[in-house]
Design a protein around this ligand. Sequence first.
Ligand code: NAD
Length: 367
Amino acid sequence: MSELFQFADAIGPEKVICIFEPKLDLRAILVVDNVAAGPAVGGCRMAPDATLAECFRLARAMTMKNAAAGLPHGGAKSVIIADPKMPAERKELTMRAFAHAIRDVQDYIVGPDMGTNERAMAWIHDEIGRSVGLPREIGGIPLDEIGATGFGLAIAAEVAQEFCEVRVAGARVAVQGFGAVGKHAARFLAARGAVLVAASDSHGTIANRMGLDVQALTEFKDQGGAVTDFPGGERLARDAIVGIACDILIPAARPDVINMTNVGSIRAKLLLQGANIPASPEAEDRLHKRGILSVPDFIANAGGVICAAVEYRGGTQSLAFQAIEEKIRENTRAVLESTRSRDISPRQAAVNLARERVVSAMSYQRF
Ligand code: NAD
């Protein structure tokens, strides 16, 4: 029992629900961390190795992200312990059974995450009417297709340029993970005059000091090619992108890819964290000491969840872009101003900002 409370602190979690449905062998966990600001929004992850500890950490990360973005939503996360590549029919049954099991948890709004997608959200919506990240036909705003998170990263870059020696127009950009987040970040930055000098995926890195054609590379990737097969650049090893000569480095792939073994090789002046927890805490500290400005994940990559919150209220795509721009501009500035005036790291400033908002929302609660 005590392990269930090892993550508990003054913020949460409010409830932890274990789900077991023997007919389907459905095993799932839901952690609702904090709902002081409003019903919690958080993704549902499907992975065979998902754990309780992971679910706690991800739920807290959502509390911080939603608070930092100034959304009227708390944080939660759910994990279904199963192989996301299971047959389609079984996956639909599994998602519907999961939805049925959480039907009474009114303060949890389900979103997509690793192993689930807009189709899975549609099944949940059909069962309980409470999910975001839906297909367009039923009121969704396809956040990956429109590049909600990549757009937010470009806005964060516009603000960050006032706090470091980088100018977005003409900046050399390297994107680790040319997927939904990375390719749109490259597109929105290129529209502001930046030059993509390197991009990577799980196969390797492609680099060209004179610039890669973002649109052509995106089309190439969308057709299933690996970046290393794209003509017009030098092929390098997958992790070579971390040390590439550039002004802006955007990790948009996996957690902890920037760590104590490679942080010393970074040559960028600005790091925009597209992925969640792309840098270990020690590596982030080292970046700060080296004078490399790093905009933390839950500030820079909040575009997707802001888009989901707009969708939940029946808003349009253009309203979503407007909300992303407004909130990310304001929050990036608040964090970087606090970093400068209080001489703390951007991570510390971001955590302070989010925590203050959660604690303030909690002050209106009786329990
Ligand atoms: P995606 O699957 O569309 O793209 C990921 C890309 O990274 C793929 O091209 C893959 O080949 C590549 N990749 C995987 N491992 C790699 C490695 N070790 N080195 C280089 N490239 C690698 O995923 P996505 O939606 O773009 O999400 C990327 C990250 O951003 C994830 O950590 C996700 O949790 C986070 N994130 C996504 C969103 C969103 O709106 N999609 C929002 C916030 C945070």
